[in-house]
Design a protein around this ligand. Sequence first.
Ligand code: FAD
Ligand code: AMP
Length: 480
Amino acid sequence: MSDKFDVIVIGGGPGGYAAAIRCAQLGLNTACIEKRINKQGKPALGGTCLNVGCIPSKALLDSSWKFYEAKNKLADHGVVVNTPKMDIAQMQKRKDEVVLQLTGGIGALFQANKVTWLQGSGKLLSGKQVEFTPNEKGDAQTLQAEHVILAAGSVPIEISVAPLKDDLVVDSTGALEFTSVPKRLGVIGAGVIGLELGSVWARLGAEVVVLEAVDTFLPVVDTQISKETLKVLKKQGLDIRLGARVTGSDVKGKKVTVSYEDGSGEQSEVFDRLIVAVGRRPMTGELLSQDAGVSLDERNFIYVDSQCRTDAPGVYAIGDLVRGPALAHKALEEGVMVAEVIAGEHTQVNYDTIASVIYTHPEVAWVGKTEDEVKASGEAYKTGVVPFAANGRALAAGDAEGMVKFVVDEKTDRILGMHVVGPQASELVQQGVIAMEFGSTIEDLQLMVFSHPALSETVHEAALATDYRAIHVAQRRRKK
Ligand code: FAD
Ligand code: AMP
């Protein structure tokens, strides 16, 4: 094996594999170092997202939703099923197959693009040198690159008040592997991951209690949308307790007792399983030698500029290692941007139009600024909010909870934010992303013809509603 490359990427997740493939497309001799061994004991590309994140969680969310529908919703449509049963082993087998298909696909893409996959650990040394330690037996080797891209991602945060224990107290990775439905499940943290994984097991019949230290539910989400989301999730049976800070846990036999403090004092709950979902931290620990020359910020993320350059010349860092939302699509686009910057192109990720999604049912999705953020900035703004209950397609499908909301600059008519809780919010929000990327005004959306009946009509109606022109909802105030 050569010890010289144009580009060495450390980490083969969405950030790293996309960067490596794009570098190779641009004619750069590229190696990607990835150390992951999957649960089948094989080296695997795809990072957190494909192996233990986005993809397996969505597979379980889809399976559990089908079960929930069969049990609670199909009768409304006149579909009579005998009491449905859940085969957890089959659900997990299917999930594992989806993961293997996708991670294997990245390996095939590496081969097709002639990216060299080095199976083992990488560490950044000084002067764009990388120490590579193979997973298999063999000595560490020093490699030289013209450019290095750090894409080592993140791992779950562990907290001393709830240390992981076998399959009883688990992190998000363990929560994807339950082989039976716990009777009572505790979740610490009402963030995206806690809500998604809590939803999976609640739909399958677990009594789920979510303990969240902060008083506000989903503080980064637009308040009107987060209030509606909380209402719907509570109705589905998720017992979400806000202002509940976990202070300790005690495992005895097959039970875990969790103590927490809330407004009324010390409380405790006994669970059959506990998921710790209190956030993720960047994997900087073994990635950097003392003299690597990159700086970390106050939260231990690698400090980068808007094009992901670190303080070390020729070294870039992307994805969950750096500032910004911990999202696969953000990591991926940063990977592409850095590859193109290395190849001399002038690419820039537009951080203002990266959408976030919570894959509960209904889904929650948003892009841009919340109403509270715009209000605080003092800009004059207008909003338009329309519920899915006014949408024919949503009603026909029996899936009409939630709403679409636009926040619009009053003076320029430009879209500042789009917020959705409702069916297929992850797909609908992309319409807002496209509009915002094109710098369209809300009037542009108002003037477009949307197919009928479609969920997208709610996007149209919400755009109309910003000027009191919605047809299918009664709006109180009419503009002069
Ligand atoms: P990662 O995907 O973490 O990949 C980094 C890779 O680098 C890892 O495979 C690791 O083994 C490897 N590595 C680390 N250090 C070294 C080293 N020294 N040498 C060699 N290799 C190394 N995001 C979404 O956008 N949508 C979702 O629906 C979503 N769902 C999620 C659900 C869960 C349960 C979790 C945990 C996360 C989810 N995320 C989701 C977040 C998403 O997974 C991450 O934002 C994304 O994977 C970050 O990509 P990355 O390339 O920066 O890092
Ligand atoms: P996220 O970072 O979006 O994954 O969300 C993690 C959530 O866990 C945050 O909302 C934190 O407030 C919450 N959290 C962190 N520590 C605790 C704790 N000890 N008890 C309850 N909630 C916590």
